[in-house]
Ligand binder design. Sequence first.
Ligand SMILES: *[C@@H]1O[C@H](CO)[C@@H](O)[C@H](O)[C@H]1NC(C)=O
Ligand SMILES: *[C@@H]1O[C@H](CO)[C@@H](O)[C@H](O)[C@H]1NC(C)=O
Ligand SMILES: *[C@@H]1O[C@H](CO)[C@@H](O)[C@H](O)[C@H]1NC(C)=O
Ligand SMILES: *[C@@H]1O[C@H](CO)[C@@H](O)[C@H](O)[C@H]1NC(C)=O
Length: 434
Amino acid sequence: MILRHIQRLTHILAAIYVVLSVLFTTSTLLSSSSTAESPPRSRWPWSFVSVNFTTLQLSGPQTQLILQSPYLGHHAIDESIILSKAFPHLMKPSQIIPYYYRAEGNFDREDITITSLVTSNRFEILARLVERYQGPISVTLHINNATENVSYLLDSLHRLYATTENMAKYVDVHLVLDTFDRQFNTWRNIARLFARTDYVMMLDVDFYLCTDFREAVRRRWNKDVWKMLSSGRAAFVVPAFEYIRYEEGREFRAFPRTKKHLMQLVRDRRLAMFHEGWPAGHNSTDYERYYAARPGEVYKVTQFQSSYEPYTIFRKDGPPWCDERFIGYGGNKAACLFEMWLSGMSFYVLSDHFIIHQNHLYEEDARKNERRFNRKIYAEFKEEACLRYLRNFHELGILKTPRAKNAIEECGKMKGIPRLITQVRDVSSFRPRC
Ligand SMILES: *[C@@H]1O[C@H](CO)[C@@H](O)[C@H](O)[C@H]1NC(C)=O
Ligand SMILES: *[C@@H]1O[C@H](CO)[C@@H](O)[C@H](O)[C@H]1NC(C)=O
Ligand SMILES: *[C@@H]1O[C@H](CO)[C@@H](O)[C@H](O)[C@H]1NC(C)=O
Ligand SMILES: *[C@@H]1O[C@H](CO)[C@@H](O)[C@H](O)[C@H]1NC(C)=O
């Protein structure tokens, strides 16, 4: 058993080594191109300063990104190279066009960008979200060019953009054009990477925003929690609900906007936690506690489990990204949250706020098959993520600190790992051979 873990660890280490060497080579290449006068630079970070959107066309010329920093100077690099490194698991061939539309607005960096995914049949619901939020939104739009009429769809998007003031004001659209559906986690990461504020909320586009959590968070009504959020060590959960009768869930105009009204509907058994039939997805939010919470209360999630997939607000940089090996339904969003948890983040529930799912029909066949497939991937992913974080914490010498508590607890539930934790010191003397 342990041997297997060690072998896997060796693979992981080898992979990290490859990544690091690629990054190192890239930065060396980049530095060699900067001019002789540039001051000596520390290696990181680069910032994208400009992309010429007017030259972007589906079959247009190669776009370049300008990487610029005081150390690096001014360096142009083919966008396709950066994107293929940034999203290496995206199935190919594929084309990513960041900022296919770029909102005019200049956003306050401390604002919260909603990051989400849309497919071509969901433009209407996107427009609804935009009207309701009136704040920065970064969406990845996937169009399947094997089955869909691409130019027709882009035309209708253009009409929507041109006729909806708030789209042009608030929404950045990043286009992914390929023949592969449901690469959700990669699409999520694309939306997050290109968000233009320091905070993001990872949301599904079909949720209706009932309360103004954005204003509440920005007002920093709770200084301690704000500090955690801005340090990247906490995520805020906005609890999700669903109407029990399908028809009622389509009438967003009648959705409650206050917690009092929500509670009435919950008592009447018209509204319930989101996906009540799959409690593991949201019950770590602890709905009973939510119902009983005082106004203004923010409470910590204490009963985490690995299928938890709440909608959260967190810092754009810092928290782990969504693991991109997941394709299709099952496990994908939970993987994002699981890794945040392992990394030592805490989740806090905003007890005055809530969102409600706008009902629509799902593609049930695809869901069933993909779930089966992803269940296996998820099990492997969890084990691997545990090894990665435990090792990381061990090497930082923080395995006994609160930061590592989530990982110790959660990974301790897995077969073979508790023993490994006690032996981790031996494992850490293990180095990859080059
Ligand atoms: C972008 O490209 C167009 C067409 O080549 C050019 O006219 C325009 O000046 C460029 N804009 C910027 C900001 O570089
Ligand atoms: C779909 O788009 C990808 C990426 O641009 C391209 O390589 C592929 O040939 C396209 N496929 C079809 C069927 O148009
Ligand atoms: C795409 O749809 C438009 C409008 O329905 C139609 O005029 C056009 O011929 C279609 N193009 C293709 C390639 O199917
Ligand atoms: C959540 O649901 C799971 C699966 O049904 C159950 O095992 C767990 O005890 C529940 N947790 C809470 C906090 O209710």
